[in-house]
Design a protein around this ligand. Structure first.
Ligand code: 26Q
Length: 846
């Protein structure tokens, strides 16, 4: 529990604010003693010479970074070994987190932070004449994820390690992560992201745990002497899975978790009865397929491409992971599966790893000789499923014909699961009701029969959770109401969280230092301790200190903006930030429409009394998502015009920062005044950047959607800027029949900014270059109610501007937001999963 009693309020006790603008200028803490600095320095020098093979005179920054990593690894690998042998000895229950994405970002600053060696390393490098920030900038982001879901998995790994929950994260070792975004002539261009071009010094290959994975081929029916029929799968090829381990260092403690990522290779093992004699050419083609599987992350985060390769990726990593789980289990249990479900919990991060369900069934039945019933008993006790989206176009369905080609045996097993479910469970509850059977079936009938992955997850899993209270309610009531009627207790909520080690301690050193003073040094392990700052929210000296930290972060970001896009911004302006994947439901175009109306009003009255504002965007669009790319182009075109318009006297700037990614987020988020979280209510499952922004003292300008609702509940509605239709109002408006033209015709200002998009004002010589946005909102029917929320959104911005002028009131609101985010630590999320879903206990490392 959080104690209400704060340290005695003495203004005199407030330390002098740091004057430097560099994050590196934070004073060394007591953890930085001379001896440990010297030891770290010697370790780096030693590794530079003996591991990297160069000398201080010749070493590039990249070489220095590699040497720093080697110095960290000295400690990390010892702890890793201890963690693994403690778990093995205790034969403990563990969770296995299956995720097609782990958006880890950079690891160096975080690992140093979690080892409590950042200050030591900074001093050591300083003595070597190096700036730690510059050295750490050498590290490429590990961008093995699209956005929220992948970053959530990375935060969960940090928390699992920190909270000492026995776990393994399993995913794909993509050779290329999410594309690198370049902006050329205002337009997004995708470039490959080869994060491992020069090797990744954090990962270790484990050849002893290579797996062979069968694929394709056909099924042979065999009839036993007793008349029973069984299936024998003759796969057409075998693909090799090579595991790469990335240690995930828990904060301060001794637990190091493993993230195991599978790389595909060819085996050159072929069934020559499938590949005819003289199949040399076929074999070479097969080799390239095998090596293609882990080549690239699909850059798609809201629609499913339905591509065969994607299903192959999913199957490949699930099959490797399950074999790895069984191998470890059998070391102590020798193929006695009676204890399997007691020892193994498997979490499905969305439906992407669903194929693990029939694969576990297949392994148990076909390879281990269990009956279908016994295998089902184990499987249905082992799996749980997290849903991350309600968008119908994002719900995974795979054509039956693809299954027939790639995974014929899995399809049989899915049919059997479905048959038993419909006949035993649905028939019992709703006798004779074929509509209900059609609705709940794992197979969708029609022109092209499909396998509904979410249905398979719900039918199998012990628990199904959403990722914020409102989202979990909608999962239960709107997405799966019939399943909820069958199994009301299956559905639950675990609100997302983010790791405060990366998203506060490591990325905002100024604010971290303030919390060290106010809350003591344990707040990164117990974020509720930050509540102690609440007692100072009205204290002028603390308000000034807090806002001074924010200002310093804004100066740093202003320099980054200048470097990246050449735009000069004033750190005294209000920094209004929207960074996230580009999607219509996230409504970056609503933001843009407001910017246009503000620009217009400033042109009409350049002396209008509004605080100077900088609108900052960062967003990648899925390469095939035309309208999303048009919105990026529009933001850039509008920015270009506004930033060079002297008439508005620098009161408004619009910047689009290219290639938004984890490492850029770490620079942007600590500098934000306003966090734009403006999705149409009911569409953003949770959001997680909303939590990071609030932790760092930004006010949420947002709708009552996803975790915004819970954020505002904690931080106070008066300390945030809430607007727009609620979930119920959105549903009611849609049910009544929404007509966006009514809003266009009724609101003169809205009409004029939309019409502006048809001119060539922002795209000289190219009228209509921005028209697709207007068209989507009118002829296109405005599916995400942008026009319906426009007026309310504009009024919200006016409230934000008024509040920003009241420095004391703003500072208090910012402090209240930061101080009350304890519940959004991913440690809390992990405790919830451990208690409500995994039945998992933490284990101290010997
Ligand atoms: C599926 C099939 C084929 C290809 C790609 C995909 C695919 C890949 C990624 C579908 C969805 C995603 C990612 C979804 C995602 O990031 N969802 C977000 O998850 C966050 C963590 O729970 C939430 O906070 C966000 O609200 C949610 O949008």
């Amino acid at each position: 529990m959080v104690t209400k009693s704060a340290p005695t309020k003495k203004t005199a006790s407030v330390k002098k604010p740091t004057t430097s603008t560099k994050t590196t200028a934070v004073k060394a803490t007591s953890t930085t003693n001379k001896a440990s600095v010297e030891a770290f320095k010697q370790s780096v020098l030693n590794h530079l010479r003996t591991t990297i093979g160069t000398s201080p005179e010749k070493a590039s920054k990249l070489a220095w970074w590699q040497a720093v990593v080697a110095a960290c690894n000295e400690e990390i690998f010892g702890r890793l070994t201890d963690t693994q042998s403690t778990h093995a000895k205790a034969d403990t229950r563990a969770v296995h987190y299956l995720s097609a994405e782990f958006l880890m970002g950079r690891l160096t600053v975080n690992n140093l932070t979690n080892l409590e060696k950042f200050d030591i390393a900074r001093e050591a490098l300083k003595e070597l004449g190096l700036d730690i920030n510059e050295v750490c900038e050498e590290e490429p982001d590990m961008a093995l994820g699209n956005g929220g879901l992948g970053r959530l998995a990375a935060c969960f790994m940090d928390s699992l390690a920190t909270c000492k929950y026995p776990c393994v994260g399993y995913g794909i070792h993509y050779e290329n992560g999410l594309f690198r975004q370049e902006i050329r002539g205002g337009k997004q261009v995708e470039r490959p992201d080869s994060w491992r071009e020069y090797g990744c010094p954090w990962e270790v290959c484990r050849p002893e745990s290579v797996q062979n994975i069968p694929l394709g081929g056909y099924i042979e029916k065999q009839t036993a002497p007793d008349g029973s029929v069984s299936s024998v799968w003759h796969p057409s090829s075998i693909i090799k899975g090579v595991p790469w381990d990335i240690p995930v260092v828990g904060y301060r403690g001794s637990s190091v978790a493993i993230l195991r990522l599978w790389e595909s290779r060819s085996t050159e093992q072929f069934n020559w009865d499938v590949f005819n004699a003289g199949g040399y050419i076929d074999a070479q083609a097969e080799k390239s397929l095998a090596e293609t599987i882990s080549k690239v992350l699909y850059p798609n985060d809201s629609t499913q491409a339905g591509k065969e390769l994607r299903l192959t990726q999913q199957y490949f990593f699930c099959a490797c992971s399950l074999r790895d789980i069984l191998r470890r289990y059998n070391r102590t249990h020798h193929h006695d599966y009676s204890d399997f479900a007691n020892k193994i919990a498997i979490q499905l991060n969305d439906t992407h790893p669903t194929i693990a369900i029939p694969e576990l069934m297949r392994l148990l039945i076909d390879e281990e000789g269990l009956s279908f019933d016994a295998a089902w008993d184990i499987t249905s006790k082992s799996f749980n499923y997290t849903n991350h989206t309600l968008l119908p176009e994002a719900l995974e369905k795979w054509p039956v014909y693809i299954f027939e080609k790639l995974l014929p045996r899995h399809l049989e097993i899915i049919y059997e699961i479905n048959y038993r479910f419909l006949n035993d469970v649905v028939e019992k509850k709703w006798p004779g009701n074929n509509d209900m059977k059609a609705k709940l079936s794992i197979i969708e009938e029609g022109q092209c029969r499909m396998v509904r992955m979410a249905n398979l997850c719900v039918v199998t899993s012990g628990k199904v959770n959403g990722v914020a209270k409102i989202h979990s309610k909608l999962v239960k009531e709107d997405l799966f109401p019939e399943y909820a009627e069958l199994w009301p207790n299956k559905f639950c909520n675990v609100t997302n969280g983010v790791t405060p080690r990366r998203w506060l301690l490591a990325c905002n050193k100024g604010l971290a230092e303030l919390y060290n003073e106010v809350s003591g040094k344990d707040w990164p392990l117990n974020l509720d301790l930050c509540e102690k700052l609440k007692a100072y929210a009205d204290d002028k000296a603390y308000q000034e200190r807090f806002m001074k930290i924010k200002h310093e972060n804004k100066v740093v970001l202003a320099n980054t903006i200048k470097e990246l896009v050449g735009v000069e911004v004033d750190p005294n302006a209000m920094f209004d930030v929207q960074v996230k994947r580009l999607h219509e439901y996230k409504r970056q175009h609503l933001n843009l429409l407001y910017i246009l109306s503000l620009y217009k009003s400033l042109l009409e009255n350049p002396d209008r009394d509004v605080p100077p504002q900088v609108f900052i965007f960062g967003a990648k669009a899925a390469p095939a998502y035309k309208l999303a790319k048009d919105i990026i182009y529009a933001i850039n075109a509008v920015g270009e015009k506004i930033n060079n318009d002297l008439r508005i006297k620098g009161k408004l700037k619009v910047v689009f920062l290219p290639n938004y990614r984890v490492s850029l987020a770490e620079k942007i988020i600590p500098a934000a005044d306003i966090s734009e979280q403006i999705s149409t209510a009911g569409y953003e499952a949770s959001g997680t950047s909303n939590m990071k922004f609030a932790m760092n003292g930004a006010l949420t300008l947002g709708t009552m959607d996803g975790a915004n609702i819970e954020i505002v509940e904690k931080a106070g509605i008066e300390n945030n800027i809430i607007f727009g239709l609620s979930v119920e109002e959105v549903q009611a408006l849609k049910a009544r029949g929404y007509n966006s033209w009514d809003y266009y015709n009724a609101d003169h200002e809205l009409k004029s900014v939309l019409d502006w998009l048809d001119t060539d004002y922002f795209t000289p010589g190219e009228p209509g270059a921005l028209s697709s946005i207007k068209n989507s909102l009118l002829q296109g029917g405005d599916p995400f109610l942008v026009l319906a929320d426009f007026e309310s959104y504009k009024e919200a911005h006016e409230r934000a501007q008024a509040l920003f002028k009241d420095k004391a009131r703003w500072a208090k609101a910012a402090m209240m937001n930061s101080a009350t985010m304890g519940i959004f630590s991913s440690d809390r999320s992990m405790h919830d999963y451990a208690r409500d879903i995994w039945n998992l206990k933490a284990l101290d490392i010997k």
